[in-house]
Design a protein around this ligand. Structure first.
Ligand code: BG6
Length: 484
């Protein structure tokens, strides 16, 4: 399918996301020849700026982060960009913006709202008032979409007054990661795993997103958000859906999203009484990450000195359906952890009757580890006979390293998803009902923590989180994968 001609209006064009992720992703697509020759990027912000000044600022803020930016490609990329002032409180700005877009009438107009959610609705109102909500306009809503179910519902309802659901792309960049799509390929493209992918053979599932980064320059935002809203409500629950959903009848967008919502609805509620037993909230203290000393969360810029905001979460989730009844799904995410790793571990049950002698340390034996970061790989751990004159077993693994196996350029998550918006593919975006259901599930945990005077458990920066995170698993006789 050839790429349609488009204009991309980037609200929040001077912000962190545009500079760190969106413009680099568009640049990569540009270098790969994937953007229509006439396509334009209209970066907007509330301040008056000339295009020359804006583009000049990208030299310092975007170009140094690009691994390879051949001067010619960089120059032709910049030629696509102009800056338009668009303050949602000033209707005249939107009249000028609409005139600029409508005068050219590209096949597709993408309005990317990389701003705080509090201005999503005013922006949509202005877009609609100026005719920028016609059927060829698609809007992309960045997370966090709201602060809880009520506020996200209010935004979704207001946006729905101006845009149809199939014009709304709620982005979760984890769904754009190549290995997440590979998970679907592994599950539904092969007969090998499907018979094992169920309670009879799976002991537990672990999903980890660990970061080395702290809150960086986003202290104020993060202190009002916390890891549960920032990572669990969206990324971790989306990954859980991809692991646990039934085979969709096709790759069509609603076939996949219909299966995901069934899982979200089947998640056993975590009641306020369950919170102490099934969740762990942590907050990092000073420590060292990657050999460098780092300050504790409470000493980061923008953080309230007595903040109880969590920088680490671990949860034992369960899915009440035939396939997964009784199988724990352990979710965990944290900032300032020992290393940057995102992975899904399917931990298979032991053999029903062991005839080979083996040391206890070899347990568990069969694990399928799907690694999303830092490198993409799939590894299957199993037991073989120790070589030599013995009948003892030893562990080994089958490895598939995507970078080495497939020497082709792979689009990053944001590039992939931006191209999907331009092509009108909704499958990897979150439908309104999915988002609401995910909020519904995390809310009792948020509320219970908010009402509690017990502070989060401390963990030293550069470790795997508070000790109670390991205790959450050891109560069930399991260990987090990298501690094995
Ligand atoms: C974002 C969160 O959605 O995901 C950040 O807001 C987090 O806090 C980031 O750092 C992690 O994404 P990735 O792709 O770097 O793992």
């Amino acid at each position: 399918m050839s790429m349609p001609d488009f204009d991309m209006v980037l609200f929040g064009g001077t912000g962190d996301l545009a500079r760190r992720k969106l413009l680099p992703a568009l640049f990569d697509a540009h270098c790969a020849g994937l953007l229509h020759p006439n396509a334009r990027i209209l970066a907007t912000g509330s301040h008056p700026l000339s295009t020359e000044d804006y583009v000049g600022s990208l030299e310092q803020s975007v170009r140094p982060g690009l691994e390879h930016a051949p001067p010619e490609a960089w120059a032709t990329f910049l030629a696509r960009i102009s800056y338009v002032q668009a303050d949602a409180r000033v209707p005249g700005h939107f009249d000028a913006l609409a005139a600029k877009v409508l005068q050219r009438s590209p096949e597709v107009v993408v309005c990317y709202l990389a701003t705080g959610p509090h201005i999503f609705v005013p922006i949509c109102e202005q877009l609609a008032r100026t005719g920028l909500n016609h059927p060829n306009v698609r809007i992309v809503l960045e997370k966090p979409l709201g602060h809880d179910l009520h506020s996200s519902d209010a935004i979704n309802s207001a946006v729905a007054q101006y845009f149809a659901e199939d014009q709304i792309y709620r982005i979760d960049h984890y769904l754009g990661k190549e290995s997440v799509q590979n998970l679907m390929a592994i599950r539904f493209g092969n007969a090998l795993f499907e018979p094992l992918w169920r309670r009879e053979w799976v002991q537990d599932v672990q999903i980890t997103i660990a970061e080395e980064l702290g809150v960086e320059t986003r202290g104020e935002f993060y202190d009002n958000t916390g890891a549960l809203r920032d990572m669990v409500q969206n990324h971790l629950l989306q990954l859980l859906c991809m692991v646990a959903m039934e085979p969709p009848t096709s790759l069509s967008e609603d076939a996949i999203r219909d299966e995901k919502i069934k899982i979200l609805k089947a998640l056993k509620p975590i009641t306020p009484q369950d919170v102490a037993e099934k969740t762990v909230r942590g907050q990092y203290r000073a420590g060292a990450v990657g050999g460098k000393p780092v300050v504790g969360y409470l000493d980061e810029k923008g953080i309230a000195p007595d903040s109880h905001t969590e920088t680490f979460v671990a949860i034992k989730a369960e899915i009440a359906n035939w396939r997964w009844s009784g199988v724990p799904f352990y979710l965990r995410t944290g900032k300032r952890m020992q290393s940057r790793v995102a992975e899904i571990v399917i931990h298979l049950r032991d053999v029903p009757h062991a005839i080979f002698p083996r040391p206890l340390t070899l347990s568990p034996q069969n694990r399928l580890v799907i690694r999303l970061q830092p490198e993409e790989s799939i590894r299957l751990y199993f037991l073989v006979k120790q070589p030599g004159d013995t009948v003892a077993l030893t562990g080994t693994s089958l490895d598939l390293d995507f970078a080495n196996s497939f020497k082709v350029r792979r689009a990053g998550a944001y590039e992939r998803l931006l191209l999907d918006v331009i092509r009108g593919r909704l499958g990897l975006f979150v439908r309104r009902d999915e988002q609401a259901q995910a909020w519904r599930w995390v809310e009792p945990i948020i509320d219970t923590w908010a009402g509690s005077t017990v502070p989060p458990k401390a963990y030293t920066a550069g470790t795997w989180g508070p000790a109670s995170s390991s205790a959450l698993m050891s109560r069930d006789g399991s260990l987090w994968h990298e501690e094995v």
